[in-house]
Write a protein that binds this ligand. Structure first.
Ligand SMILES: [Zn+2]
Length: 466
């Protein structure tokens, strides 16, 4: 836990609300100021064009590809070196099929050459996010301020499709432990309030059987009209609601819209949310921290490529109609990434045309997460383990395996020469902060990673009860 988080945990709940509001104000300024409104208007106009003209989409994307490839060739140390090694010049790209001949960029490329991916010749403001997601490979991604605003304009365009009340009270299911408090104050409120954004924050650490009744009271009092956040945390919440009397479902009747993101939404997860929030429509979108591409659902529930933002390409797998998503960002001048292998799988049928009329590439589904949750002695089921690896440089791959209610083993692969003691200390501290203060954490550098029968990697494996 850093000093700021430590001081925060000593504050009483109303002061934590105030700090959440200040933080909400500053993130809003980053996301929604400057060029944001122009991007939003452009995207809403382009959404109409995409219903009539597939050639325009092709020409736009080809232009953007030529532009970002030339930029990467000139300014990205990684791509300058790679292109010279393979004898490629940006002028070699005359069509999309020329572009598809370029080698993929893998997560290992980014991890092993991280400093070479960063470039900032125009001295833009830079923001950095960390990810590990479902792959267990922690990465830090740098964005220009404009790239952040374009990304938020894409997400806002998705919401604009459903004419929903942007400025109304809503709930954010977050992984950040915003209601964390020291034992001195013993704050009993399980949620926090960002007054600036009219946002009620429910952290995953608070989604427990002992808190569920007060969380439902919060819904009754504030009547939020929509939800945003991780679907896995919403589902953990939903499971606990279903353990109660059915009458409690009426507390959730104010919710009319659910916007999920950051993770793909599995079919079973969708059914659970539908059974819990019975008055709400569910509108998922697909994106990833790397920001290389995005797809948002239309009014008919089909995922459409957000073609203005990046190129969402598909690479065939051994399974019929199943493709790996390959992304190229168009606007992140601080960290261009070309033909990036996301590791995410989508179902695609080239003969399918969505009845909404959009000519952009449409996906039938995106594979849902198959992680198990970590069950904590405090009663939470934590599905997001990636926070534990924040800022852990030198870590190649990691998997959290829960072997008893009070104990996890972290299986690690690291680069040579790093201090294992420092790494273990950081992971243990972050585990206590984000997951549970009472569980013990041990480390194993040689054990094989556990996968599903089909070989898919899982960031969290729970062996309790096996
Ligand atoms: Zn559609």
């Amino acid at each position: 836990m850093n000093l700021t988080a430590s001081i925060y945990s000593f504050l009483p709940a109303p002061l934590q609300d105030a700090l959440c509001s200040v933080h909400g104000y500053s993130t809003s300024r980053l996301r929604y100021h400057g060029s944001f409104q122009q991007y939003r208007e452009f995207l809403n106009s382009a959404d109409k064009v995409s219903a009539v003209d597939s050639n325009l989409i092709y020409q736009y994307q080809l232009l953007q590809i030529k532009r970002i490839v030339s930029y990467a060739y000139r300014f990205s140390p990684f791509y300058s070196k790679r292109f010279k090694e393979i004898g490629f010049h940006p002028e070699d790209i005359g069509s999309m099929s020329d572009y598809s001949q370029l080698p993929f960029t893998t997560k290992d490329d980014v991890r092993e050459n991280h400093a070479l991916f960063f470039c900032n010749p125009f001295r833009l403001n830079v923001h950095t996010h960390s990810t590990s997601g479902t792959t267990g490979t922690p990465l830090s991604i740098h964005y220009s301020e404009e790239a952040v605003r374009f990304q938020w304009a894409v997400w806002t365009r998705h919401r604009d499709r459903f004419s929903f009340p942007h400025s109304s009270c809503h709930v954010n299911f977050t992984g950040k432990p915003v209601s964390h408090s020291s034992r001195i104050f013993h704050n009993r409120r399980a949620w926090r309030h960002d007054f600036f954004n009219k946002q009620l924050l429910i952290p995953m650490q608070s989604v427990t059987a002992s808190n569920i009744v007060q969380l439902l009271e919060m819904f009754r009092k504030y009547r939020p009209s929509y939800l945003v956040g991780y679907p896995s945390i919403m589902c953990d919440f939903s499971s606990l609601v279903h353990d109660l009397d059915k009458d409690h479902l009426s507390s959730l009747s104010s919710v009319k819209y659910i916007f999920t993101g950051a993770e793909s939404l599995g079919v079973n997860q969708k059914h659970l949310l539908e059974a819990t929030f019975q008055s709400a429509g569910i509108y998922p979108q697909y994106g990833l921290t790397e920001g290389v591409c995005n797809a948002s659902t239309c009014e008919l529930g089909t995922y459409h490529e957000d073609w203005e933002f990046g190129l969402l390409d598909l690479c065939p797998t051994d399974s019929p109609n199943t493709y790996e998503i390959i992304g190229t960002n168009f606007f992140n001048l601080c960290m261009p990434m070309l033909r990036y292998k996301t590791g995410d799988l989508a179902t695609y049928d080239p003969n399918f045309n969505c009845s909404c009329g959009r000519q952009s590439r449409s996906l039938l589904s995106i594979e849902g997460r198959i992680e198990h949750p970590i069950l904590t002695p405090e009663g939470a089921a934590i599905s997001r383990g990636d926070y534990v690896f924040k800022g852990c440089h030198g870590l190649k791959k990691a998997q959290i395996v829960q072997i008893s209610l009070s104990q996890v083993v972290v299986i690690l692969r690291v680069v040579n020469g790093i201090s294992k003691q420092t790494l273990e200390s950081r992971i243990s501290t972050q585990f206590k902060y984000y997951i549970s203060q009472s569980m013990s954490v041990s480390f194993d550098y040689s054990r094989e990673f556990i996968t599903t029968v089909s070989g898919k990697f899982m960031a969290i494996v729970n062996l309790v009860g096996d």
